[in-house]
Design a protein around this ligand. Structure first.
Ligand code: 13P
Length: 253
């Protein structure tokens, strides 16, 4: 299966940014834009905004997701949200194991796979992030890290073509440094080969996104790569115009 057969994904990860008014304004304006048929748009706002945004986007071709969750369904876990709550809020996706969760908040792949499995059980689709640090890349350990993170982050998860993976090299996130299309393609092709080891043919249907300093001027060469199915965008997704420019440039290739 070539990437032309996998629906492209452009996902905005707002991280801990924007006010509630700014978030609503963004989504309302986004809904006025014609989304190309072959493209899927996702927005990952701070969880507090999900309920309001889901009401605005209900029945429209924009999917919403949470940026994180805990694997238990309910209980004494102060500050956490669960997969049933995400679903109840009207969101369809959840990011599991973003590099900021792994590196700032100490999440391991074992925690990531528990989260992804808990989401899957509730019918919330996990978007699982994987990526090497600069030290690991410089030590020549990139493939080892990608193999181990892919296999352990998906260990508890059932094969499912709807699950999305994001390859986000840690050194490219928020730094202005983007992986070259060649490096991104070879890392993503390798991740796909690892998924094939555990999930067989399903691996060909999984969308694998690139993330890390994606901008309107580098998206088209990334999207020309046969294994890259879209982008997870941080900084450049906070502004509607720059996000739309990425979607346009990444779609018309
Ligand atoms: P930037 O696009 O700001 O580099 O962030 C990437 C990212 O972490 C998306 O999840």
């Amino acid at each position: 299966m070539q990437n032309g057969e996998r629906k492209k994904v452009f996902a905005a990860n707002w991280k801990m940014n924007l006010t509630a008014d700014e978030a609503e304004d963004f989504v309302k304006k986004l809904l006025k834009i014609r989304i190309p048929e072959e493209t899927q748009i996702m927005v990952f706002p701070p969880s507090l905004y999900l309920i309001a945004l889901a009401k605005i986007a209900k029945g429209r071709p924009i999917a919403l997701g949470a940026q994180n969750m805990y694997w238990e369904r309910a209980g004494a876990f102060t500050g956490e949200i669960s997969a049933p709550m995400i679903k109840d809020a009207g969101a369809e996706y959840v990011i599991c194991g973003h590099s900021e969760r792994r590196h700032i908040f100490g999440e391991s792949s074992e925690m990531v796979t528990r989260k992804a499995r808990a989401a899957q059980i509730e019918g919330v689709i996990p978007l699982v992030c994987i990526g090497e640090t600069l030290e690991e890349r410089q030590a020549g350990e990139t493939l080892e890290v990608l193999q181990s993170d892919t296999l352990s982050s998906l260990a508890a998860v059932d094969a499912d073509p709807d699950i999305i993976i994001a390859y986000e090299p840690v050194w490219a996130i928020g730094t202005g440094l983007t992986a070259t299309p060649q490096d991104a393609e070879s890392a993503i092709a390798y991740i796909r080969s690892q998924i094939k080891e555990i999930w067989g043919k399903t691996a060909e249907r999984i969308r694998i996104l690139y993330g890390g300093s994606v901008r309107a001027d580098n998206i088209d060469e990334l999207m020309r790569c046969p294994n890259i199915d879209g982008a997870l965008i941080g900084g450049a997704s906070l502004n509607l115009e720059s996000f739309l420019e990425i979607v346009t440039n990444g779609t018309n290739i």
